[in-house]
Design a protein around this ligand. Structure first.
Ligand SMILES: [Zn+2]
Ligand SMILES: [Zn+2]
Length: 239
């Protein structure tokens, strides 16, 4: 059973009396310091990924399949599998937008904490999907790196934010079709270290088609990684 971090406690309430803020989702006063500025009621509306759907790419399907989706049957992904905290819609989508576009960094840490509940295998390295230099300058921090650092510290696995780099600015994946997404990220990442024999946990905020995760896994394995398990905050429904 999923253990929520959202148990309200008096400490949180007191802190929120000291630092009051309104929930940007429902505009009511935020009542939980841990997830603030998002309130408890909104946070609890996040649709958790139930682990069903495709057992390789975690594609969320309307029917409750426990097998492999059509896409993965057609072209087997390079990564071993994707594990996701939630489904990219509703409150979780808003939370991710708050992190990315309103730069509320602390919510990336909260999402990182939620990722700790996933059944992630042991690994040698935790590697975030990187932003390009230009992207990092624009956003000021890499939300995937913030989540990755929480996992690395809490799981006692080495955080590696330097080996995998993004060397090419890409168009926002959200504007592209499935095939265009694959082309868009081709050659966008490079690995600078020898990762021979390493088991890698790759952390991303949102997985839509899996094109970015797959391209990262491809270069990580080319550098010697033996396995790449992707963990993400949100898995989009298939486009
Ligand atoms: Zn709210
Ligand atoms: Zn699949």
């Amino acid at each position: 059973m999923w253990k929520s971090i959202t148990s309200l406690n008096s400490y949180s309430s007191v802190l929120n009396l000291v630092f009051p803020s309104d929930c940007p989702v429902c505009n009511k006063p935020s009542d939980l310091y841990k997830t603030s500025p998002v309130c408890l009621s909104c946070w609890q509306k996040i649709q958790i990924h139930d682990g069903k759907g495709c057992r390789i790419c975690a594609a969320v399907t309307d029917y409750k399949s426990t097998g492999v989706c059509q896409e993965c049957r057609f072209i087997k992904p390079v990564f071993e599998r994707i594990l996701s905290y939630g489904v990219y819609e509703g409150v979780l989508k808003e939370v991710i937008h708050l992190v990315k576009f309103r730069r509320i960094r602390r919510l990336a840490r909260v999402l990182g904490t939620e990722l700790l509940h996933l059944d992630t295998p042991d690994a040698d390295l935790v590697v975030p999907v990187p932003l390009s230099v230009h992207g990092l300058r624009k956003r000021e921090f890499n939300q995937s790196a913030v989540m990755a650092s929480v996992i690395a510290v809490r799981r006692g696995i080495r955080l590696d934010i330097t080996s995998l780099v993004k060397v090419k600015d890409t168009c926002p994946q959200s504007t592209l079709s499935r095939i265009e997404r694959r082309e868009n990220v081709r050659g966008a990442f490079r690995v600078s270290e020898n990762l021979k024999g390493k088991h890698v946990i790759l952390v991303d905020d949102v997985v839509t088609t899996g094109a970015t995760a797959n391209e990262c896994a491809r270069v990580l394995k080319k550098a010697g990684a033996v396995s790449v398990v992707v963990i993400c905050a949100a898995r989009a429904k298939n486009i």
